[in-house]
Design a protein around this ligand. Sequence first.
Ligand code: 5GP
Ligand code: ZN
Length: 122
Amino acid sequence: MKTTPSSSPSSDCLFCRIVSGDIPANRIYEDELCIGFPDINPQAPIHMLIIPKRHIASAANAVADDNGLLGSLMAAASAIARNEKLSKGYRIVVNTGDDGGQTVNHLHLHLLGGRRMTWPPG
Ligand code: 5GP
Ligand code: ZN
């Protein structure tokens, strides 16, 4: 079976440590494959992070075998948005790599809502 590059869980990875419970986070969502919790430095009234339990370094490391997991992340974001009553809309962001502004090297979706978003993003 093909494996995702950089797929080893790491005690050095902040989000792996949140998954393991080593670092606390308020799990507002959890299923078999992913968890969701509030961003520590919110950029909107609602700002949640959705991450896979398995370590994938970034969207740039995703392969076809990850399709189910990637779909689950999107479905989780959608479920959280419904739960948070973001009926007027919201934004899902996946910062990827240095130019993309990624600071934590464990794949994550940002779910931002509760205010009007602007375009283009900075
Ligand atoms: P990135 O910049 O990689 O797209 O997003 C990383 C996000 O993780 C940032 O928005 C940052 O505020 C958030 N973050 C960093 N450390 C922690 C933490 O310990 N707990 C939580 N809940 N969020 C964190
Ligand atoms: Zn990780």
